[in-house]
Ligand binder design. Structure first.
Ligand SMILES: *[C@@H]1O[C@H](CO)[C@@H](O)[C@H](O)[C@H]1NC(C)=O
Ligand SMILES: *[C@@H]1O[C@H](CO)[C@@H](O)[C@H](O)[C@H]1NC(C)=O
Length: 387
């Protein structure tokens, strides 16, 4: 669903987007960090004293790259011997898919493709399926194989091999596939998500994963996804927890939204927010967008909602009230400065609200300011100020 954004981004950036040669697996490995598991730091994060899952000692620190200030992606491998892929770690979907040698379109040929005949651990199901995204459909065939992410090895993981990929948006992306981290109900029925299998195969030290997106990302280091733990060096202060309101996406309640000191009242009947690492911008309910832009003095253009860069310091800070606490988003975070061309990193929410409550999507823009923790055992999302 979030893919509509991606398609729009591509339309905006499309012509000017230069494909640089992919340094698959190398630049990312270069920045791999060797770290021990910080002891005792997770105790205060565990809400449920009764352990639901059998856990191991493994925490995987998966570095992410970022290209042209859009998506963040990291490397995984599939098969025996391993075949390497760059994937978008996406909390807004639940399936794992990669390009495959069954697919001959330019988008596939130009990316790493999984060749099932080269893997001794692959088993095919022959089942085809269509993954539906905002821009259109992605036909896939389903199979099982070993998936490796850093030191974590998941056996017999269901995944999807693309049979066809539209040029837009995939040809233009630096990642090969998508690794969904939403709830199983958002995925292909009857298949275990990667996160489910990690838990069932006792792969994680804690039933959580967390995400850090650098405010100053580069291609070689954009942040990290930490599977099975948190990295206290990557955030500061207390962790604020918000319960998941529906176990489909990582959807939470937003109690109030303020522009500067003035509460808007837009969430007086309750708002929902999906915490989505697969959306780059912050999306707001469409009915509020023009009032919001007016409050900022932003001008609409073909290239987004423009503000004068020299006005950034005088723009209002935004506040979300979540679990009774105000989370601020300063203009230095929500305004994107592309070499002196400044746009407000906000757009209208492109998915309808299932509940009828105004729906926001807290994308990478928000998650650069707030380190996020996804607690699968207690169904809650934690936020702490990003380092
Ligand atoms: C996949 O691997 C098989 C076995 O080595 C090989 O014959 C085939 O050409 C490969 N397919 C592609 C598209 O590279
Ligand atoms: C931006 O604001 C500065 C200072 O007020 C002004 O000099 C400049 O002309 C403005 N730029 C644009 C594009 O409006």
């Amino acid at each position: 669903m979030r893919w509509l954004v991606l398609a729009l981004l591509c339309l905006q950036l499309g012509q000017g987007m230069v494909r640089i040669p992919l340094r698959k697996g190398r630049s990312i490995r270069d920045v791999m960090r060797e770290k021990g598991v910080p002891e005792g730091t997770l105790k205060d994060l565990r809400g449920d004293p009764g352990r639901k899952y059998q856990l191991s000692n493994a925490v995987a620190y998966e570095p992410l790259a970022n290209y042209l200030d859009s998506f963040y992606f990291g490397e995984i491998s599939i098969g025996t011997p391993p075949q390497h892929f760059l994937v978008l770690f996406d909390t807004g979907s639940a399936n794992l898919w990669v390009p495959s040698t069954y697919c001959q379109t330019p988008a596939c040929v130009d990316h790493a493709r999984f060749n099932s005949s080269l893997s001794t651990t692959f088993s095919g199901t022959g089942t085809t399926y269509t993954l539906s995204y905002g821009f259109g459909d992605l036909p896939v065939v389903l199979g099982h194989d070993t998936v490796t992410i850093q030191n974590i090895v998941i056996r017999n993981q269901e995944f999807a091999l693309s049979l066809d990929e539209p040029t837009r948006p995939f040809y233009y992306q630096d990642f090969d596939g998508i690794l969904g981290m939403a709830y199983p109900r958002a995925g292909i029925p009857g298949y275990n998500t990667l996160m489910q299998n990690m838990l069932q195969q006792s792969q994680l030290a804690e039933p959580i994963f967390s995400c850090y997106y650098s405010r100053n990302p580069t291609y070689s280091y954009g942040g990290e996804v930490i599977l099975g733990g948190v990295d206290p060096q990557l955030y500061s202060g207390e962790v604020l927890w918000a319960p998941v309101v529906q176990e489909l996406y990582w959807k939470i309640d937003i109690e109030e939204f303020s522009i500067g000191p003035s509460a808007t009242g837009w969430c007086s009947q309750g708002c929902h927010g999906i915490v989505d690492t697969g959306t780059f911008l912050l999306t707001m309910p469409g009915q509020f967008l023009s009032a919001f832009l007016q409050a900022l003095g932003a001008k609409e253009s073909d290239n987004g909602f423009i503000v004068n860069c020299s006005d950034i310091p005088s723009l209002p800070t935004l506040y979300f009230v979540i679990s009774g606490v105000q989370l601020s988003l300063p203009p230095s975070v929500y305004v994107l400065n592309n070499d002196g061309f400044c746009t407000v990193g906000v757009q209208s929410t492109y998915v309808p609200s299932a509940s009828g409550q105004p729906l926001w999507i807290l994308g990478n823009l928000f998650l650069r300011h707030y380190y996020s923790i996804f607690d699968m055992a207690n169904n809650r999302v934690g936020f702490a100020l990003s380092a």
